[in-house]
Design a protein around this ligand. Structure first.
Ligand SMILES: NC(=O)c1ccc[n+]([C@@H]2O[C@H](COP(=O)([O-])OP(=O)(O)OC[C@H]3O[C@@H](n4cnc5c(N)ncnc54)[C@H](O)[C@@H]3O)[C@@H](O)[C@H]2O)c1
Ligand SMILES: O=C(O)C[C@H](O)C(=O)O
Ligand SMILES: [Mg+2]
Length: 660
């Protein structure tokens, strides 16, 4: 399992060069003693060698034995495994939160070790630090909150942001993920608690794209919340906590979250139970205590007031870090589209839910054409039903239409059907959202099929017999038995079902139900991870994860390394095409549309390089660091891939003092 990075030496030399030019003198880090141990960027825990202990004032502050990075790694993995063992049979949510907490504690203490275990175990850990557990973390964020991470700009900070941005301790920031918490996954408005999403996305940036963790910044724009529960929240509602029977069956008392951990450990101790690392935390959050939200207790700002806050933030960020890339994440639809239009020509930014998702979905849709043994140009003839006309669904249908017109010319007549909560969207729709209008069906297009305004999903699937059924509705189970069974009559020899909504409970259907009701011949993809399905006859139904994590890290990395002024459609298209072409024909035939997450660092490097090339072609590449636009222009394809890989940060302990 232990691997030495190919690029470790290069990254080591690079980061060392950066650090040594920034801080001259005998020590590379300007902090001393306990301040270093409390700084997760520099902390090595017991791994500080004796010279560093001497010269950084650490002697006596650590147990005397020096533990190597490898040993620390194994120790962590051991405690993780024992947590897994000790929580067997517990409720899924408790186990997931316990795993998140053990990882989060490492994150807060020692980032180098944290990112190494994350990179090496990305398949196991992505579902914890990212989707789906991150959704649960956001829902419980105020209770889980221990240390701040990232920055918070609130409506009360109007006029102050330009100075606030300088409170961030890092000199350079490359990548920012920003949310206003208004549409967290399919969980709705979670207000300030949505900060978990930027943190999880940026963890993926570090793990997949090798962005230096010292140069990332998760941001919450707190403009209030319309979530009534959060608005009405009492400081701490006391509820009954019944501890997990396995540990303390006798223990049941009213308890607040903040003291739950204390009481739980105290009581268990009294009853003579040994608590394993992390377990009492599980217990601590195993009740329904509704905690005081940590955000502004006011309804969301609207209109110009809202935009003024986002404007001020964008100006402040770019005043301090003009080349920082801002990823907008989990904004409710109206602001997702409006802010994208407002900023995309002025700043290097993109909206992941609209643009990242569209690219990942398109790559998968092109894969389904190949899976049917047809040439890619047949994409123009595919019948695709998109369920959900929000930021994600509209982003997908728009990019798919662009692909059709590239393949079949502007006169192409694609067979795409769009539904929202009121059914099939047609030009007859009253009060139609303007963003959905271009995709509404005319009476003439659907009357032959016996469909009309507001036709139900089941009706549409039965009559259209689509090649692909793609869900971005946020509604769990909307692909019910009737709908899935109707997919058996699809005109495709390999019907595709994409249940892309997150987290798991919001997926339009489960993988098991999809294979059970729609047949073994389908290709299946979901936004949240599901296990492959045992079809019972020696065959396995492959589950793909159609999640924007396959693209956003590469879009950000490529934009950064090209020094792109803005993120163009060409760059996004290049990212999607790169992902689409990553899979071999043999894999596609087996229903494998997306690569395994184990190879996400490789994919991201490829996607990043494709984005750099597109930025050069679109004449927006201004260069990065010592690599100017002219040098970029003269790089071959292979040189660009090497350039990208060489610039990916990899976690190793760098010396914190000069050798002499
Ligand atoms: N897999 C991914 O990479 C990915 C990326 C982005 C978003 N998502 C997920 O997609 C979902 C939607 O995101 P969004 O930003 O578009 O949300 P949104 O709120 O902007 O849009 C939701 C849309 O679904 C429609 N809808 C609601 N109930 C419906 C029903 N019963 N039948 C049909 N349509 C219905 C709504 O009318 C709306 O058009 C979320 O769960 C999100 O987590 C997944
Ligand atoms: O966060 C994810 O897993 C994907 C996507 O951005 C979403 O909002 O669901
Ligand atoms: Mg999102």
């Amino acid at each position: 399992m232990w691997r030495v990075a190919r690029s470790a030496a290069a990254s080591f030399r690079q980061s060392r060069r950066r650090l040594s030019t920034a801080i001259p003198g005998p020590c590379i880090v300007h902090k001393r003693g306990a301040d270093i141990l409390h700084d997760p960027w520099f902390n090595k825990d017991t791994g500080f060698p004796l010279t560093e202990r001497d010269r950084l004032g650490l002697r006596g502050l650590l147990p005397p034995r020096v533990i190597s990075f490898e040993q620390q790694y194994y120790r962590f993995m051991e405690s993780y495994r024992s947590l897994e063992k000790n929580t067997q049979g517990q409720h899924d949510k408790f186990v997931s939160l316990a795993k998140w907490r053990i990882l989060n504690r490492l994150h807060d203490r020692n980032e180098t070790l944290y990112y190494r275990v994350l990179i090496d175990n990305i398949k196991n850990f992505a579902p914890i630090i990212y989707t789906p557990t991150v959704g649960l973390v956001c829902q419980n964020y105020s209770g889980l909150f221990r240390r701040p991470r990232g920055m918070y700009f609130s409506a009360k900070d109007k006029g102050e942001m330009m100075s606030m941005i300088y409170n961030w301790p890092s000199q350079q920031v490359d990548m920012i993920v920003l949310t206003d918490g208004s549409r967290i996954l399919g969980l709705g408005d979670l207000g300030v608690q949505g900060i978990g999403i930027p943190i999880g996305k940026l963890d993926m940036y570090v793990a997949a794209a090798g962005i230096n963790p010292q140069r990332i910044l998760p941001v919450m724009l707190d403009v209030g919340t319309n979530n009534q529960k959060l608005l009405e929240d009492h400081l701490c509602e006391l509820t009954n906590l019944r501890l997990s029977a396995k540990f303390c069956p006798q223990f049941s008392l009213p308890i607040s979250d903040s003291i739950a951990g204390f009481f739980a450990s105290y009581s268990c101790f009294r009853h003579g139970h040994v608590l394993q690392n992390g377990l009492y935390r599980v217990i601590g959050f195993s009740h329904n205590c509704s905690l005081a939200d940590l955000g502004l207790r006011q309804p969301r700002l609207e209109g110009e007031e809202y935009l003024a806050i986002v404007d001020e933030f964008m100006e402040a960020v770019h005043a301090r870090w003009p080349k920082a890339i801002v990823q907008f994440e989990d904004f409710q639809m109206k602001w997702a589209f409006e802010t994208l239009e407002r900023y995309r020509k002025r700043f290097c930014m993109f909206n992941d839910d609209i643009q990242g998702t569209a690219g990942v979905a398109l790559a998968g849709l092109l894969g389904t054409v190949r899976a049917q043994g047809k040439p890619l140009t047949d994409f123009a003839n595919q019948k695709i039903v998109v369920v959900g006309a929000g930021s994600a669904g509209l982003g997908v249908i728009k990019m798919a239409l662009q692909a059709v017109s590239r393949m079949a010319g502007p006169a192409a007549d694609p067979h795409f059907f769009l539904l929202d909560k009121d059914g099939l969207i047609t030009k007859q729709r009253k009060c139609m959202d303007p963003s959905a209008a271009p995709f509404a069906k005319s009476h003439g297009e659907i009357e032959g099929l016996g469909l009309s305004e507001g036709s139900s999903l089941a009706e549409v699937v039965k009559k259209v017999k689509p090649h692909v059924l793609l869900g971005l509705s946020g509604v769990g189970g909307v692909f019910n038995e009737e709908v899935l069974k109707a997919m058996r009559e699809s005109d495709s020899i390999k019907p595709a079902i994409f249940a892309m909504s997150n987290p798991t409970t919001n997926a339009e259907c489960t993988a098991i139900d999809a294979f059970k009701h729609a047949g073994e011949n389908i290709v299946f993809a979901s936004g949240s991870p599901f296990e492959n399905v045992d079809l019972g006859n020696g065959k396995i139904g492959h589950v793909n994860q159609a999640n924007n994590m396959y693209l956003f890290p590469g879009i950000g990395l490529g934009s950064l390394l090209s020094g792109a002024r803005t993120i163009t459609d060409g760059m996004l298209q290049a990212a999607s095409e790169c992902l689409a072409s990553y899979m071999t024909d043999e894999e596609i035939q087996r229903g494998v549309l997306y690569p395994s997450i184990d190879s996400i660092r490789d994919i991201t490097a490829e996607v990043g390089a494709a984005v750099v090339r597109a930025a050069i072609a679109d004449e927006v590449a201004e260069g990065h660091g010592e690599v100017g636009p002219r040098e970029l222009l003269h790089m071959s394809k292979d040189e660009i891939i090497k350039y990208v890989k060489d610039n990916m940060w990899y976690p190793i302990y760098n010396p914190l003092v000069h050798e002499k």
